[in-house]
Design a protein around this ligand. Structure first.
Ligand SMILES: [Cu+2]
Length: 154
């Protein structure tokens, strides 16, 4: 009985330290997915990752129950051609914000498992190199809504 209690206590302590670690990692803002025609087999994903800690945070994988596979890409011009280069990870420097956007870093999400339209939300799980996980919620939006929003900064 006593060893059982000690074991329980250890489990709770481990859970708690994992949770408190996760809270020090990334703050995620404006996660969104441009609405695509239902026939589309690949969606883009955007978000801003804010690392408020004094350590580099590295995202090593992203998954979602709503997609078969999610890749991290960097759009780049190579020899005058726009190319998308798959990234092994996304690195968010200490006290910096990494903003995923068109023409830069972004997510490519393959084979949506359900119809997603404007207003729907998608749960994503982010795996960090320190072994912790974070969840994020992305909202499906019409691209035109997002463009309007961008233009408000002018
Ligand atoms: Cu891409």
């Amino acid at each position: 009985m006593r060893s059982y209690l000690i074991w329980m206590f250890t489990v709770l302590l481990t859970m708690f330290s994992t949770l408190s670690q996760a809270s020090e990692s990334l703050m995620i803002h404006n996660a969104w997915i441009p609405e695509m025609p239902p026939v589309s087999r690949v969606h883009a994903g955007f978000a801003s990752f804010h690392n408020a800690s004094d350590k580099t945070v590295e995202i090593v994988s992203i998954s979602s129950p709503d997609y078969a596979r999610i890749e991290m890409h960097l759009s780049k011009e190579v020899g005058g051609m726009a190319r998308m280069i798959p990234q092994k990870s996304l690195i968010v420097q200490a006290n910096q914000m990494l903003t995923l956007k068109h023409g830069s870093y972004h997510l490519m999400m393959f084979k949506p498992k359900r119809k997603l339209k404007s207003g729907d939300t998608v749960q994503l799980t982010i795996q960090l190199s320190n072994g912790t996980e974070q969840t994020m919620t992305a909202t499906v939006k019409k691209s035109s809504q997002a463009n309007t929003h961008q233009h408000q900064h002018h």
